[in-house]
Design a protein around this ligand. Structure first.
Ligand code: ADP
Ligand code: MG
Length: 175
């Protein structure tokens, strides 16, 4: 199966669930994430603001904004910038409809303790399929912290197509 075919299959699988069902399913994965030793010990965490077909991270963002340094990606051209999200941060809707933080730009990637990464599919080896634009493929090689993929169980496979430029995750947490 090609990456494009797999993305199509995931879109079909996702349609079997309502937005409410996906939000409910997200809670399991979020509880697991919250209890994970790497999350508990991390001071600076890269998170993401979920689109409707991604595990809903709202709880983590809201609950930990004043306890950890939470970073959210902002799409700028072909790259992802990281911005701090805290109680004072304004948000805006970015180019792909993703909510982005207008908090301070964060550039010291060596300070990031944990990266929590969305994807359309992951596999048992940690391989990740994104939406096809390679944004995380360009960001991930710059991060030297543990990378944990978050996904629904219908996005988790034994094996998915991957290429040299795809950075594998260290672990996948699923619903
Ligand atoms: P995704 O990771 O979003 O599923 P792909 O892995 O298919 O998408 O990659 C999408 C595009 O991004 C590819 O055309 C690939 O060549 C490009 N790309 C991936 N990594 C890099 C990189 N480090 N620098 C420049 N382009 C890249
Ligand atoms: Mg990729």
């Amino acid at each position: 199966m090609t990456k494009a075919e797999l993305r199509k299959q995931i879109r079909l699988l996702k349609q079997q669930y309502t937005v409410e069902e996906l939000k409910k399913m997200s809670q399991h994965a979020i509880q697991r994430m919250e209890a994970h030793p790497s999350f508990i010990s991390a001071q600076t965490v890269l998170l993401y603001h979920a689109l409707s077909d991604e595990v809903d991270t709202t709880h983590l963002i809201q609950q930990y904004a004043d306890k950890k340094t939470i970073l959210l990606p902002t799409v700028v051209g072909d790259e992802l910038e990281l911005h701090i999200f805290d109680a004072e941060s304004e948000t805006k809707t970015g180019v792909f409809g993703i909510i982005e933080s207008e908090g301070q730009l964060f550039t010291d990637y060596s300070q990031i303790d944990l990266a929590i990464i969305p994807g359309m599919a992951f596999d048992k080896e940690g391989n990740r399929l994104g939406r096809g634009k390679g944004y995380y493929d360009r960001l991930l090689p710059q991060l030297h912290c543990p990378k944990i993929g978050l996904c629904f169980s219908f996005q988790y496979f034994d094996s998915i197509p991957h290429e040299k430029h795809d950075t594998p995750m260290d672990e996948i947490i699923t619903t």
